[in-house]
Design a protein around this ligand. Structure first.
Ligand code: 1BO
Length: 272
């Protein structure tokens, strides 16, 4: 499996996203993913499944140091007095001594970003996270974060798929050495019914979802599709035996439209 580089971090190009996976379903799919060869699992405090992610990791028998595990701190925990305790609670639920990547899940304008980043850097310095980063950060927020953070930021995790243009965010990440990690990389399943992607897929004997994931990886993006089905786990991994050429890459990039964003909340930053 190839890795995406982000300021010292090597993030496996395909991972398992676990947003909205709960209980035994979550533990089982994490175990199956790891047995199948996945080495990148993504969770978050707000997903309420860190315990089950830890269960799946242990049940898989895969050694801890072979797995790249990400979790995310929820914005309510961004005050410096709360952040380290909150990270330690995540580790307790996961039953781990460190995570590979700890992210600020969404920006929180109520707390000065420099204060939160200082606390995040201390969590790294205390050995609780090998790498730190951000999620759902715009270009302006990336610039502010890079300037304020005492430690290098390894990644920005954002929604990214063919229907959403992330060229500006990508450019800022590349300029600062951050890896871009894509959540909802197959647009919450919509890609599966995309006829243009299926047509490209026919030429490579691949599905529309595989074409989409390959398009992301060829841009040096790590993708974390979520699934609870074993056959989808296999499908999502099976993208390393073919290549998309420039005309296909361009055609897929041209599918983006202004209404392409699928995850937006009242507390989200101004995306423009
Ligand atoms: C609220 C969760 C968004 C994706 O991590």
């Amino acid at each position: 499996m190839i890795s995406i580089q982000g300021n010292g971090a090597k993030i496996p190009a395909i991972g398992l996203g676990t947003w909205e996976l709960r209980g035994r379903t979550c533990a089982r799919i994490v175990e199956q993913a790891l047995r199948l060869g996945y080495r990148h699992i993504d969770t978050a405090q707000i997903y309420e499944n860190e315990r089950e992610v830890g269960d799946g990791l242990r049940a898989s028998g895969v050694k801890r140091d072979e797995v790249f595990l990400t979790t995310k701190v929820w914005p309510s925990q961004f005050l410096p007095k709360d952040l380290e305790r909150s990270a330690r609670e995540s580790l307790a639920r996961l039953r781990l001594t460190e995570v590979d990547l700890l992210l600020l899940h969404w920006p929180n304008p109520q707390v000065p970003l420099a204060d939160t980043l200082g606390a995040l850097a201390r969590v790294k310095q205390a050995g609780l996270a090998r790498h730190i980063g951000v999620s759902n950060f715009t270009v302006a927020l990336i610039e502010e974060a890079v300037a304020a953070c005492p430690e290098p930021l390894a990644c920005n995790q954002v929604e990214y798929h063919p229907y959403l243009d992330q060229a500006r965010v990508m450019e800022a990440c590349v300029r600062h050495g951050l890896a871009l990690v894509a959540y909802s990389p197959i647009a919450k399943g919509r890609i599966r019914n995309d006829r243009a992607l299926a047509r490209i897929g026919d030429r490579h004997r691949k599905t529309a979802a595989q074409i989409c994931l390959r398009w992301l990886v060829q841009q040096n993006v790590s993708a974390i599709p979520r699934t609870s089905k074993l056959e989808r786990l296999q499908e999502n991994m099976n993208i390393f035996d073919f290549e998309l050429f420039e005309p296909d890459m361009r055609e897929i990039s041209a599918m983006a439209s202004p209404g392409g964003r699928l995850t937006d909340f009242g507390f989200a930053p101004n995306w423009d």
